[in-house]
Design a protein around this ligand. Structure first.
Ligand SMILES: Cc1cc2nc3c(=O)[nH]c(=O)nc-3n(C[C@H](O)[C@H](O)[C@H](O)COP(=O)(O)OP(=O)(O)OC[C@H]3O[C@@H](n4cnc5c(N)ncnc54)[C@H](O)[C@@H]3O)c2cc1C
Length: 267
C-alpha cells in the first residue's frame, strides 16, 4: 500500500503578520509549525505502516524552510519526503495550490516507479488559510474519489471505510483505492518524533521539485494563475466587554437577560 501525505508548514497563527501592500502572510520572523490536522493525517498513515506495512511518502509545497516539517514527519516514521518549491508557485490560491500539489503527486509516483498512490491523505484544513479546499481540489485534479472529515479509518484490502464527521453526527462511507481522505483531530493522537528518528531525519536528502519538474501549465499557477485575489486583510475588531447581570432574585435575572437578548434580536 502506497500512501502520500500532504503536509503544510504553517505560521503559528498566534503570531501571524500580514504584508499591508501584497495582502499576503509574512512568513519571515514568525515561528513555523507542522499544521496540526496534517499530523493526524500522518499518524493515520503511520498506523497503516505499523499494521499493514504501508509505505508513507510526504509532500509539501512551500519555501525551502518547509523541509523542517518534512524532517519532522520523517522523524515520526515516514519513509520518504519531497518538497515542491519554486517562486513561480508562490501566491497561489487554493485552486492553483490544489493543481500544483496534484501534479506533484503524479510526479512523485512516477519518481517512485508506481502507477499511482493508493491513498492520498490531507489534513481537514490548514490553520492559516483555513479554507479546507485543497484536499478536495487535489482529488478533483487527480480524478479520484474523496472522503473528507475522516474521524475513523479502516483499510481492508483495497477497501477504505471511513467514519466521516459532519454537523449532525457521522456517516460511514466506503471507497476503493485510489482515494483521497482528509483528517480531523478525532482520528487519532499523533505520535512524537523519536530522538533516533530525528537524528536520522537530519541526515536525509529531501528531493526538491520545481514548477518545471512537475509539468504545470504556467497560466494555472502563482498569483497570476489564481482566480481569487485577497484584496484586504485586517484584524477583526476587539469584542466589547460583556455585561454581568447581577440580580439577587434569579427570576429577575432571567427576565433581564431575556429582555436584553430580545432587544438585540438574538432571540
Ligand atoms: C481567496 C484566497 C486567495 C489567496 N491568495 C493568496 C495569495 O495571493 N498569496 C498567498 O501566498 N496565498 C494566498 N492564499 C492562501 C493560499 O491559497 C493557501 O495557503 C493555500 O491554497 C492552501 O490553502 P489553505 O491554507 O486554506 O489550506 P486548506 O485547504 O485548509 O488545507 C487542507 C489540507 O491541504 C493540504 N495542503 C494545503 N496546502 C498545502 C501545501 N502548501 N503543501 C502541502 N499540503 C498542503 C494539507 O494537508 C492541509 O491540511 C489565498 C487563499 C484564498 C482563500
Amino acid at each position: 500500500m502506497e500512501i502520500l501525505v500532504c503536509v503544510k508548514q504553517v505560521p503559528d497563527t498566534a503570531e501571524v503578520k500580514i504584508d499591508p501592500v501584497k495582502h499576503t502572510v509574512i512568513r519571515a520572523g514568525v515561528p513555523n509549525i507542522f499544521n496540526p490536522f496534517d499530523q493526524n493525517a500522518l499518524e493515520a498513515a503511520l498506523q497503516l505502516k505499523d499494521n499493514q506495512g504501508a509505505k508513507v511518502t510526504l509532500l509539501s509545497m512551500g519555501p525551502p524552510q518547509a523541509t523542517e516539517v518534512l524532517r519532522e514527519g520523517l522523524a515520526m516514521g515516514a519513509d520518504d519526503a519531497y518538497l515542491l518549491t519554486d517562486r513561480k508557485v508562490g501566491g497561489s490560491d487554493t485552486l492553483a495550490t490544489g493543481y500544483c500539489l496534484a501534479q506533484a503527486v503524479k510526479k512523485v509516483a512516477e519518481m517512485k516507479g508506481i502507477a499511482q498512490f493508493d491513498i492520498v491523505l490531507c489534513g481537514k484544513q490548514a490553520i492559516d488559510g483555513d479554507t479546507a479546499q485543497v484536499g478536495p481540489q487535489i482529488a478533483c485534479e487527480l480524478g479520484i474519489p474523496q472522503i473528507t472529515y475522516a474521524a475513523k479509518l479502516d483499510v481492508d484490502g483495497d477497501k477504505v471505510t471511513v467514519k466521516q464527521q459532519n454537523e449532525e453526527g457521522y456517516i460511514v462511507t466506503e471507497a476503493h483505492f485510489p482515494v483521497l481522505l482528509t483528517a480531523v483531530k478525532e482520528l487519532n493522537e499523533p505520535r512524537f518524533p523519536t530522538i533516533r528518528g530525528t537524528m536520522k531525519a537530519k541526515r536525509r536528502e529531501i528531493p526538491q521539485l520545481s514548477a518545471a519538474d512537475i509539468n504545470v501549465d504556467e497560466s494555472r499557477i502563482g498569483l497570476s494563475g489564481s482566480p481569487t485575489k485577497v484584496r484586504k486583510i485586517f484584524t477583526p475588531p476587539q469584542r466589547t466587554q460583556g455585561l454581568v447581570i447581577n440580580e439577587e432574585d434569579p427570576q429577575v435575572a432571567v427576565d433581564t437577560l431575556i429582555e436584553k437578548l430580545t432587544a438585540q434580536k438574538i432571540i
